[in-house]
Ligand binder design. Structure first.
Ligand SMILES: Nc1ncnc2c1ncn2[C@@H]1O[C@H](COP(=O)(O)OP(=O)(O)OP(=O)(O)O)[C@@H](O)[C@H]1O
Ligand SMILES: [Mg+2]
Length: 313
């Protein structure tokens, strides 16, 4: 059996920005992706973590064969995706960041409509398939309700239902958890993890917890570049012994923000709790060593622009 892997080689994407529609002249070129080398193996639940504007959606669209790169290659099992995306589409389920909706349709009517658009058929018939998909994402109970009355999590689950129609081997989901409340996010995590048991899933997010909960490997992306490809445990291990936590006054907090690499600053019962990353020097007075979180590791990577997080061998 071929090793189902999606791979990019020196992938780049430049957007040409024009002043207005009539203007032919290109005002500016925006580098959205540069030198991206990634491999996602069969059966992985792979995360793409980065801040707003990092290039996540651009990369997801290129991986899905929906947007052509301006440099480099994408292959699926060694076969070119850019020139022949149809091969990929036959095995792909895609949930875009902005999932179009027909608010006046019921959930079941909308899903059926999408199945028809996608041309997904089933031996049991499209209506039966629709019902099975709704059950799969726990929406049977709301099948006849209008989509405009759905919560964010229900909409995302409906989006996932159309993405998994036709039983794709590869699922690409672009920021599916943003806008979900903690309870809905948990439900969505379970569903994704379950789907990933038999499929390759690539998920983009700016929420560190998504990666901590779901992903065995992830890439950190910022400014169109991949800063690191690692696992949650390796990322934490890389900064072990270098995270310090303490309680400070407001004035001290402001000073620490200037002089140290702060990875967390929160109020706990009205007092400033701070965590700082101290790669080699001494920690602030009164601070105690703390176990690193993935959030610490992510912030260190994104700020330093260095995937090694300050000193992995
Ligand atoms: N169609 C486009 N035309 C011009 N520039 C674009 C286009 N799409 C994206 N960009 C720019 O490319 C960069 C990467 O955008 P992208 O949407 O890929 O980031 P993102 O990581 O998905 O961000 P977010 O977290 O906000 O969804 C940004 O600077 C963005 O402004
Ligand atoms: Mg995006």
């Amino acid at each position: 059996m071929s090793n189902f892997a999606i791979e990019t080689n020196d992938l780049g994407r430049v957007y040409k920005i024009r002043g207005n529609k009539k203007e032919k002249q290109i005002r500016k070129e925006l580098v959205a992706l540069e030198g991206v080398n990634l491999t996602v193996e069969r059966g992985e639940l792979f995360g793409l973590l980065g801040p707003n504007g990092a290039g996540k959606t651009t990369l997801m669209r290129v991986l899905a064969g929906l947007l052509e790169p301006t440099a480099g290659t994408v292959t699926l099992d060694g076969k070119d995706v850019v020139g022949h995306p149809e091969q990929l589409w036959a095995t792909l389920g895609y949930l875009p960041q902005e999932f179009g909706f027909y608010p006046h349709l019921s959930g079941e009517a909308m899903l059926l409509h999408l199945l028809r658009l996608k041309g997904v058929t089933a031996p049991v018939g499209q209506k039966q398939l629709r019902d099975e998909l709704l059950a799969r994402v726990n929406l049977s109970w709301a099948a006849k309700r209008k989509v405009k009355g759905y919560s964010g999590g229900m909409r995302q689950r409906l989006g996932l239902a159309q993405a998994i129609a036709g039983n794709p081997r590869l699922i690409i989901v672009d920021e599916p958890t943003s806008g979900l409340d903690p309870e809905e996010r948990l439900r969505f995590y379970r569903l994704l993890a379950e789907l990933a048991e038999q499929r390759t899933v690539i998920l983009s997010t700016h929420i560190v917890e998504d990666v901590a909960v779901l992903c065995s490997r992830f890439a950190v992306i910022r400014g169109g570049k991949v800063l690191a490809v690692t696992s949650p445990s390796a990322a934490k291990q890389a900064i072990a012994g270098r995270i310090w936590e303490g309680t400070v006054t407001a004035a001290e907090a402001a000073e620490l923000q200037r002089s140290r690499q702060v990875t967390q600053a929160i109020l706990v019962e009205g007092r400033n709790r701070m965590r700082v990353y101290e790669p080699n020097g001494s920690p602030p007075a009164g601070f105690e060593q703390a176990a690193p979180t993935l959030e610490d590791a992510y912030l260190v990577m994104v700020r330093s622009g260095n995937g090694l997080a300050g000193g992995r061998p």
